[in-house]
Write a protein that binds this ligand. Structure first.
Ligand SMILES: Nc1ncnc2c1ncn2[C@@H]1O[C@H](COP(=O)(O)OP(=O)(O)OP(=O)(O)O)[C@@H](O)[C@H]1O
Length: 434
C-alpha cells in the first residue's frame, strides 16, 4: 500500500469511526429518550465503545508506522513529506558541520576577553552599562575628607596659638631696639617660634644667653618680659634678679623653696589659662647653688608634666672671656659675626667651648640651648647714644654722639673693628650727665 493509499484509508477509517461514534451516540440518545436502559442495551453499548477504542488504537498505530516510514532514509528526493514541526537545539550541532558558527563563537570569546563593549550600528542607545559603585570607595572618600579637615583644623589652631604670642611683633621690637646682636636675636626668635608652634612639649624651653658686660643681655630680657606681659598677662611673667631677690647666701635654701613654689603656682595658672609662662633669671653668675639645683629639677626633662609648658631664659656673663677672645682672634670674619649668617659660625665654634665650661659649673646648662652675644662695635655704641638721647629728650647731634662714643674704652682695633670693652653699659650714665 502506498502512502497516499494509506493516508486515504486512514482518513476513511477516521470518517467511519466518527460516523460510528456519532451513530452509536445518536442511537443511544434515541433509545434513552424512548425507553429505560436494559442490561443487554448496556452491554451492546459497552461492546461498541470497546470496538471503537480498538479501532482507534489500530488507526493510531498505523499512523505512527506511516510517520516512521516518511522520515526514513529511503524517502525519495522531492517527495511530499509530512513531518511534525522541528525543535532547534544547539546540542546536536557539530562544529565541523558549521565552521562559520564555530569561528564566530571563538571570536566572541576573544572579544569578551578584550572587555570592549560593541554597540549595534546606528543603534540609538549607546549608553555604557552602569558600573556598580562600591561602598568602600565612598567610605574611603569620607575618611580622606575627615583626615583633611582634622589636619587643616590642627594647622589653623597652631597658627592661632602662635598668633597669640605675636612673635612677629616681638621680632620687630627686638630688631628695632637691640643693636649689633642680630644673630642672637634671630636665634632666640627661632627657639620661641619652634616651641610655641606646638601644644605638647616633652620638656620646657630653656635658653641661656651669654655675653660680656653691657652687650644687651638684660636689655633683651627686659624687652622680652615686656612683650610677654602684654600677651600672656603680668602674672605669668617672672623676672628674677638674684642680687635683688636673694642677696644673702644664707637664705639660699629658703629662696630656692620660695622660687620653686612660685614657679609651680605660675605654671598651674598658665595651664588653666592654656598659656605658656616666661621665667627670666638675670645675673645667673651670682646665683646660689641651691637655686641652681632647684631650677635644674624644674627644667630637667624627667619632671612631671606641669613643668613642661614653660619658657626659662637665663642671662649671664658666664663664659664671656671665651666670647671676647674668640671675637678678637677671628678679626677677619668679624664683620659677619653679628649678622645671621656669620652668627651661625660663631655659635658653631663657641657653643661647644661654652657648654663645656658651663656644664662644669652646673648640670643645669646641659638642659639649655646656649646663645652667645658678641662684643659691640663703636657704631653700635653710637646707636645706643642716639637712642638714649632721643628717649631723654636731647637733640641727637651727630658730633655730640661721636664725642660721647669716643669717651668709651675700646679694645685695640682688630681688622678695622673697634670693640667696646663695656658695650653700651655706660651710655645711660653719660647721657644723664648731659
Ligand atoms: N645691644 C644693645 N642694644 C641696645 N642697647 C643696649 C645694648 N646693649 C646694651 N644696651 C644698653 O645698655 C644698657 C646696659 O645694657 P645691659 O644691662 O643689657 O647689659 P648686660 O649685657 O646685661 O650687661 P651686664 O652683664 O653687666 O648686666 C641697657 O640699658 C641698654 O640701654
Amino acid at each position: 500500500m502506498s502512502d497516499r493509499d494509506s493516508s486515504t484509508s486512514a482518513s476513511q477509517t477516521e470518517g467511519e469511526l466518527e460516523e460510528e461514534v456519532e451513530g452509536g451516540g445518536e442511537r443511544h440518545e434515541n433509545q434513552r429518550d424512548s425507553q429505560p436502559l436494559s442490561l443487554s442495551d448496556f452491554s451492546s453499548t459497552l461492546h461498541a465503545v470497546i470496538r471503537i477504542k480498538q479501532k482507534y488504537q489500530a488507526m493510531k498505530k498505523r499512523r505512527q508506522d506511516m510517520g516512521v516510514r516518511l522520515g526514513g532514509p529511503g524517502l525519495p528526493t522531492g517527495a511530499p513529506t509530512r513531518s511534525s514541526p522541528n525543535i532547534f537545539t544547539f546540542d546536536t550541532l557539530n562544529p565541523s558541520t558549521f565552521p562559520t558558527l564555530s569561528s564566530s563563537s571563538s571570536l566572541r570569546k576573544k572579544r569578551r576577553k578584550k572587555k570592549r563593549v560593541l554597540f549595534p550600528e546606528g543603534g540609538r542607545c549607546r549608553a555604557t552599562p552602569k558600573q556598580e559603585h562600591s561602598r568602600a570607595k565612598y567610605c574611603l572618600y569620607l575618611l580622606s575628607a575627615i583626615v583633611f579637615l582634622q589636619v587643616y583644623n590642627a594647622i589653623e589652631n597652631l597658627d592661632d596659638h602662635v598668633l597669640r604670642y605675636d612673635l612677629e611683633g616681638l621680632e620687630k621690637t627686638l630688631k628695632r631696639e637691640v643693636f649689633g646682636q642680630q644673630g642672637a636675636v634671630e636665634g632666640l626668635l627661632s627657639h620661641l617660634k619652634e616651641y610655641l608652634s606646638t601644644y605638647v612639649h616633652n620638656k620646657p624651653l630653656v635658653v641661656s644667653l651669654h655675653g660680656p658686660s653691657g652687650v644687651g643681655k638684660s636689655h633683651l630680657g627686659r624687652l622680652l618680659a615686656g612683650h610677654f606681659r602684654s600677651v600672656v598677662g603680668e602674672t605669668l611673667v617672672l623676672q628674677y634678679y638674684v642680687l635683688h631677690h636673694c642677696p644673702q647666701e644664707a637664705d639660699a635654701m629658703q629662696c630656692a623653696r620660695d622660687l620653686s613654689g612660685l614657679i609651680s603656682e605660675m605654671v598651674k595658672q598658665a595651664e588653666e589659662e592654656e598659656k605658656i609662662p616666661l621665667f627670666i633669671f638675670d645675673e645667673v653668675e651670682h646665683m646660689h647653688n641651691e637655686i641652681l639645683e632647684t631650677l635644674w629639677q624644674l627644667v630637667a626633662s624627667r619632671q612631671s608634666n606641669e613643668y613642661l609648658n614653660a619658657i626659662y631664659l637665663f642671662l649671664s656673663n658666664l663664659g664671656h672671656a671665651h666670647i671676647t677672645k674668640h671675637m678678637l682672634h677671628n678679626s677677619s670674619s668679624i664683620s659677619l659675626t653679628m649678622a645671621a649668617s656669620g652668627y651661625s659660625n660663631l655659635v658653631k665654634e663657641l657653643t661647644p667651648i661654652l657648654r663645656n665650661t658651663l656644664e662644669k659649673l652646673h648640670p643645669l646648662w646641659a638642659e639649655a640651648d646656649i646663645l652667645p652675644l658678641g662684643l659691640l662695635e663703636k657704631g653700635h655704641v653710637m646707636e645706643c647714644f642716639l637712642d638714649e638721647m632721643t628717649r631723654e629728650g636731647f637733640y641727637p647731634d651727630h658730633t655730640n654722639i661721636e664725642r660721647l662714643a669716643g669717651e668709651i674704652e675700646y679694645y685695640p682695633a682688630v681688622g678695622g673693628h673697634k670693640y667696646s670693652q663695656t658695650g653700651c653699659k655706660q651710655v645711660v650714665a653719660k647721657v644723664n650727665l648731659l
